[in-house]
Write a protein that binds this ligand. Structure first.
Ligand code: SF4
Length: 379
């Protein structure tokens, strides 16, 4: 029997991401099935000599791992956080293992107990919702791959969408909900069979990575919006060049559903790689033009800042726009200018300043600065 250590580096990293690492759960299950001892390592201060093998996985490139850990003789590192689109896949027998949904149990118990002690003094209840992805969801991929090859995306390896696993490979009927990590489910030729299978469970489900709105058809809308969907429908509007297409699809969506939809809005990514003054100005305008279209259809934008935004002369405005748009309760109530005024009352003057400076320099921006969810007339 071997002693196996598992490190979910994104959990330990500075940002402390709170989403289970699927590869780690599969490696854990595989090793437990072999009769090995498996432990989730939650700190880099352990005695690593006690393990025969350690599997370290990370999804995010920004998550830092000490070099001394990477250099351990018994460590195996994997995941997009290390190798981006060249990340080697898990061995087939691991990839298709039923995930170990109990890998994180001890870590959750420890955190809950620690918080309970703190909250007892304040006579408050500990919120367990922060652990919902670990406790409430079956997680997996029904399909993999995407044909679009967007230059900012990690999915570059395949040129089509293909079946990855049947639901029974990761569906735990004792869990309340299902979370799918597929890259582009609407690009899969047998998408309907997947939705039928998901709906047959009677459980709520969601596609966490966002869906490709450009591929919506009337039939897809009909199935998607009558499904037992969990939370907001999430799509992406990454490129202003898709404006007319997205506009047509928004009209189609609203023929079928008035439910809340969210759209990722990528900003600060220059497809020409110039990142000059003209780009930064146009990018702010493009972002707000996309937000305007979404708000018109009562959809919520989620502005995703490509890391280059930190080099923009408008970095403060990017931050202001993201702080406004990425909180549905705010973006539904106030314009960007209102948000600046609210922030000033709380002592943050930078937000209002960033908006004002930009529209004083580019007066055409004023209409975006004052636009408001629900107040914008449809075309
Ligand atoms: S459509 Fe989505 S999954 Fe496909 S390459 Fe573009 S961003 Fe990635």
């Amino acid at each position: 029997m071997l002693n196996i250590g598992i490190i979910d580096a994104d959990l330990i990293g500075a940002k402390k991401h709170r989403f289970p690492n699927l590869a780690s759960m599969k490696i854990s299950a595989y090793n437990k099935n072999l009769g090995n001892n498996v432990k989730l390592i939650t700190s880099y201060d352990e005695d690593f000599n006690q393990y025969d093998d350690i599997y370290l996985s990370k999804v995010f490139t920004a998550t830092e791992v000490p070099q001394s850990i990477i250099d351990l003789p018994n460590i195996h590192c994997g995941g997009t956080g290390f190798f981006y689109d060249k990340a080697p896949p898990l061995k087939d027998e691991i990839e298709h293992c039923f995930p170990d949904y109990h890998l994180y149990d001890d870590w959750i118990s420890t955190l809950v107990e620690r918080e309970r002690e703190r909250e007892r003094e304040r006579e408050r209840k500990v919120s367990l919702s922060q652990f919902k992805w670990y406790t409430d969801y079956s997680i997996g991929f029904t399909t993999r791959g995407c044909f679009r090859k967007c230059p900012f995306c990690v999915n570059q390896k395949y040129d089509h969408v293909f079946k990855h696993s049947s639901l029974c490979e990761f569906y735990d009927s004792s869990r309340k909900k299902i979370c799918l990590l597929d890259d582009n489910i609407l690009g899969f030729k047998d998408w309907k069979a997947v939705f039928d299978e998901l709906n047959s469970t009677g459980k709520k489900f969601q596609y966490r990575q966002g869906m490709d709105e450009r591929l919506l058809t009337k039939e897809k809308c009909q199935v998607l919006f009558s499904s037992n969907y969990d939370g907001d429908y999430t799509f992406a509007f990454d490129n202003i060049a898709d404006y007319d297409l997205i506009h047509r699809k928004l009209e189609m969506i609203r023929e079928y559903s008035q439910k809340q939809c969210r759209f990722y809005v990528l900003v600060a990514f220059d497809r020409d790689g110039k990142y000059d003054d003209e780009f930064w100005k146009n990018d702010i305008f493009d972002c707000m033009k996309r937000c305007e279209l979404l708000l018109k259809y009562k959809c919520i934008p989620y502005v995703m800042r490509f890391e280059k935004f930190k080099e923009s002369p408008y970095v403060s405005l990017y931050n202001t726009i993201a702080s406004w748009s990425n909180q549905p309760s705010l973006v539904k109530k106030c314009s960007l200018v209102d948000f600046g005024v609210l922030s000033e009352k709380c002592g943050n003057h930078a937000r209002a300043r960033s908006v004002k400076e930009f529209y004083e320099k580019f007066p055409a921006f004023e209409k975006y600065a004052y636009m408001k969810y629900g107040d914008i007339a449809l075309f």
